[in-house]
Design a protein around this ligand. Sequence first.
Ligand code: MEV
Length: 338
Amino acid sequence: MTTCSAPGKVYLFGEHAVVYGEPAVPCAVERRARVTVDPRDDGRIRVDAADLSLDGFTVTWGDSIDDRPDVDVPAPLVEAAMEYIEAAVRQARDAADAPGVGFDIAVESAIPLGAGLGSSAAVVVAGIDAATRALGTELEPEEVARRAYEAEYEVQDGQASRADTFCSAMGGAVRVEGEDTRTIDAPPLPFVVGYDGGAGDTGELVAGVRALREEHAFAADTVETVGDLTREGERLLADADPGSEPSDELLAELGGLMDFNHGLLEALGVSARSLDAMVWAAREAGAHGAKLTGAGGGGCVVALDPSPETEHALGYTAECEQSFRAELATEGVRVEVA
Ligand code: MEV
């Protein structure tokens, strides 16, 4: 039995634009998915998923997920979760050169599903690492990230960037621009997350931006502008001392760029009334800046505020189901039980 965990993430800047080759800066946060794996000889896959912010479920399948039995949770959720897990299993079988092996898999996650905090990337990253280790193969985190990206790419019909999977595998702040992925230094940023209890459909939202961008030159320009502000944000991070608390001046500058980024995402049609309400609640509470994080459509916003005010205000905002502080997770994928 092997257990690995991997963190979720928030986007400081650059979601959606990263799909078109612009840079993005996601930051891993201390909310983890834990995946426990036990190989089995009969080639079957049994998944036990608890705590996925919705009802858990247990599913067993053989050669194809079409064999799956009916379960008592929303079908799209089960289908999405099983597709990610099956893609991760394919990667692990390939990496360990064990094409016929089956697995008992238990997933526990403190990352709300489909809410912009990188739940699927964290499950896929932790799953590939745990499954390959259970078969006696140790992959470098970069290789786990590469394989997790292949898995996401497959499930999301080619509409995935490397950002979520690389960030979850490596931890800390990262920079992703096309195939160029690297970790970067960042001070301990005071992230506050507001969660509306809902989720967005990443595939649909990405397709919507793609259509807008193809139809209107100004939408393509908007995507490029997200890239420009991300580059400016990167310069601010590069000049900061990663070992010290960020100054108010730095937070104000980063926050201003986050506000701008949110406005551009809104223009691209991926925000939601609940996300806008939480962004405004955070700003009015004194946050240095706030934006949606991830694909949008519903889910989470991220704000910068070292004081307790934003978390508190979000707690009293009708559209917000949960607010919490999210520490930067300096460690990416890691072994919990060898
Ligand atoms: C989803 O978490 C982030 C998007 O940029 C899609 C991707 O990068 O794969 C919307």
